[in-house]
Design a protein around this ligand. Structure first.
Ligand SMILES: [Zn+2]
Length: 696
């Protein structure tokens, strides 16, 4: 025992003060270089690496509790693997979040009485750029507060030039491989947000609307959308339907306009629904569009002459006297004008597609857009799941992902917004050229930008390819992708499809999906209920360790968990327990005891190491946290410290057990363990860089 050590016994404060400790310790970690593994090219080819790519939060948003969850879980993984001696990289970044961010910015403009249409494209882009830049430090600072041991020297942003270049290159490659096409198709269009969406961005809500039965002369049709009858091109019946067989091939006159349209047969018509006869309006209904394609009709003509609703959500010139009315007003007026041709109106419960951003009803509209042919990409992702190249953790989510991959439609990647990566397509007359830069005079660039998931879907590849020399070769494929289960189809699926396409390898070995963080009563957190917890306030009040422990305890992949202020407050007691137990052990009198108790402690300690290690290896972070918590509290504190107080166990055994516990607890509660370590083992370097204990 040195003199220094005994002085320290006096210095070690009675209470653990997270406010005094956390920022000091974080700076020391950063300065030690512990977060930053070597450049890829400096690593021997066979060196075992452990890589986690951080799901990039929106650059301009403060963190919510879901972010705190991913920071905690991922930080546990990387601290554990770092201590195991693996070359560990946690690569952070932020996302420009296309529509989300433009939407927020437009709300801000609206408050100033302005809209995006008041600015030209370049000005608007620059304004959003500046706005994001002004707010982008927030998320990073907050992640640091939570203890994120990410390598900030490798930080990436989705709109930085090197990333944009890679994303554009992928599009060009897809085009060269014949996987991109431009086509008029019905897209899911939000007339409020002013952009098309992919099928994944459409929510489905049950709504009660009306079903209108309208007399079309020779037969009656049932529809929920009488306003689109102005764009009808046919009436369809099922070829098996005995009631209508004699009418197939005949013509009828559309009520209101008296335009002649044919009666056709198509087996998609459900004989049981309504009257068994349906109007066919290809420009405004995806099923009808497919009927028209099957019939071999000229789709360009249909769009030119029979699209009756425009992207502004109003009736267009093809709607004749109804031009200029919005959809609901047109419906009301048409229902009125039908007079006796309207046979019946009845309530009707059905599922309606709504915008996931603004909840307005999605309008299927014909537009020329760029699509990716997804079939071959999806098949390869399925193969990666089958072969075990990638494993999805979290009950039932593997099945959900397979379902998505097996039923995916071609991916519409055009978005009519400025905040994003502009599609590298150039037009001259009717021709278009795909090229990184302008192919020459007279060409103008496409104004649409990529779906934001097209760039984030390449994230693991592009963040490593544009990083330090050799990083991609050394750190790809990564080990764990940890994210919220609700973006499984948006993001994880696209990363697999594009990652395999770009590199031949699935970007990650394991997908760990965390659930929603609910309140202590299991309710969804929402502003209106007032049960939202703010991770930063709780960190301020109780310390980052307490919040982390509250979040991780009892999490199970793929399932929601419950956390609230009480739970976080409770975990502060745990941080204090670690501090006080450490204080007690350093203050123990040296004694020569080396008896049964010492041996039993060492044996139990081995079980502790074995169980914690096994659970962390299996990515069972919740179970690992519970085990480490209980062992420390129930065995070390309640059992062995009590024995020690009676003088029946030696100080050396207690110091060894404390040392092991601080290491095993470090991934979960990094600050208090590091602070205690510095007091008890001041000559042994920082805890973050200690080796994970091996079993004898
Ligand atoms: Zn919308």
């Amino acid at each position: 025992m040195t003199g220094g050590r005994s002085e320290r016994q006096i210095i070690m404060n009675k209470n653990y003060d997270h406010k005094e400790t956390e920022s000091r310790i974080y700076s020391a970690w950063e300065q030690s270089g512990a977060f930053c593994p070597p450049e890829g090219e400096d690593l021997p080819a066979d060196k075992k690496t452990f890589t986690v790519i951080m799901p990039p939060p929106n650059a301009n948003d403060p963190l919510h509790v879901g972010h705190a969850m991913f920071v905690t879980i991922e930080d546990i993984f990387v601290r554990y693997h770092r201590m195991k001696g693996e070359v560990t990289l946690w690569l952070p970044g932020t996302d420009h979040a296309g529509i989300e961010t433009q939407f927020v910015f437009e709300k801000k403009l609206a408050k100033q009485g302005k809209s995006r249409f008041d600015f030209d494209r370049e000005t608007l882009f620059q304004m959003i750029w500046d706005y994001v830049k002004d707010n982008s430090g927030v998320a990073i600072e907050q992640m640091k507060r939570l203890g994120a041991s990410a390598d900030w020297s490798r930080y990436k942003y989705t709109l930085e030039p090197e990333i944009v270049k890679e994303v554009v290159k992928t599009f060009i490659k897809l085009h060269e491989d014949g996987l991109i096409y431009r086509s008029v198709k019905l897209v899911n269009y939000c007339t409020k947000c002013g952009t098309a969406y992919s099928e994944l961005e459409v929510d489905h809500e049950e709504r009660e609307d009306k079903l209108y039965i309208i007399d079309y002369g020779k037969l009656k049709v049932a529809t929920t959308r009488p306003e689109t009858m102005l764009g009808d091109v046919a009436v369809a019946v099922n070829p098996e339907d005995k009631r209508y067989q004699s009418l197939i091939g005949e013509k009828i006159k559309l009520p209101l306009t008296q335009r002649e349209i044919p009666i056709i047969a198509d087996s998609m018509v459900d004989m049981e629904f309504g009257t068994g006869a349906v109007k066919i309006t290809p420009a405004h209904d995806p099923n009808d569009w497919e009927v028209a394609v099957r019939q071999g009709w000229n789709m360009d003509e249909i769009v030119r002459d029979h699209q009756v609703i425009g992207t502004n959500g109003k009736m267009n010139k093809n709607a004749g006297v109804y031009e200029g009315l919005n959809i609901n007003d047109a419906r009301e007026k048409i229902v009125n004008d039908l007079g006796t041709a309207l046979v019946e109106t009845k309530p009707y419960l059905h599922s309606v597609g709504t915008c996931y951003r603004c909840h307005r009803v999605i309008e299927p509209l014909p537009m020329k857009q760029f699509f990716i042919k997804v079939k071959s990409l999806a098949e390869k992702a399925l193969t990666a799941l089958d072969s075990g190249e990638t494993t999805i953790m979290g009950a039932g989510h593997d099945k959900i992902l397979r379902h998505w991959l097996s039923n995916l439609r071609d991916w519409n990647i055009s978005r009519q917004i400025v905040w994003g990566i502009r599609i590298p397509v150039w037009y001259k007359n009717d021709d278009f050229v795909v090229s990184e830069t302008s192919p020459g005079d007279g060409y103008v660039q496409e104004t649409d930008t990529f779906d934001t998931w097209f760039s984030s879907g390449q994230w693991p590849v592009v963040t490593l390819k544009t990083n330090k020399p050799g990083d991609f070769e050394a750190y790809y494929p990564t080990q764990v992708m940890e994210t919220a289960y609700d973006i499984l189809p948006f993001w994880v699926m696209r990363m697999m499809m594009l990652g395999i396409y770009m590199t031949g390898k699935s970007p990650f070995k394991y997908v760990y999906l965390h659930g929603l963080v609910r309140d202590e009563q299991g309710r969804k957190m929402s502003k209106s209920v007032g049960n939202v917890i703010n991770p930063l306030e709780l960190t301020e009040k109780y310390g980052a360790d307490s919040l982390r422990m509250a979040l991780v305890m009892s999490t199970t992949p793929g399932q929601d968990s419950a956390t609230g202020e009480n739970k976080v407050r409770g975990m502060r007691n745990f941080a204090n327990k670690i501090w006080n137990a450490s204080r007690y052990v350093v203050s123990m009198e040296e004694s020569g005891i080396d008896g049964d108790n010492d041996q039993e402690l060492m044996d139990n300690l081995n079980t502790h190491i074995e169980t914690t290690t096994k659970r962390l290896d299996e990515l069972k972070v919740g179970f690992a946290a519970e085990w480490a918590y209980s062992w420390f509290w129930d065995s070390f504190c309640d059992q062995y410290i009590e024995i020690a107080k009676k003088g029946l166990i030696g100080k050396q055994a207690m110091l060894k057990a404390l040392k092991t516990n601080l290491i095993l607890l470090h991934p979960f509660v990094p600050f208090v363990t590091e602070a205690a370590w510095a007091e008890v083992f001041p000559d042994e370097g920082m805890l973050i860089s200690q080796c994970w204990p091996k079993l004898p």
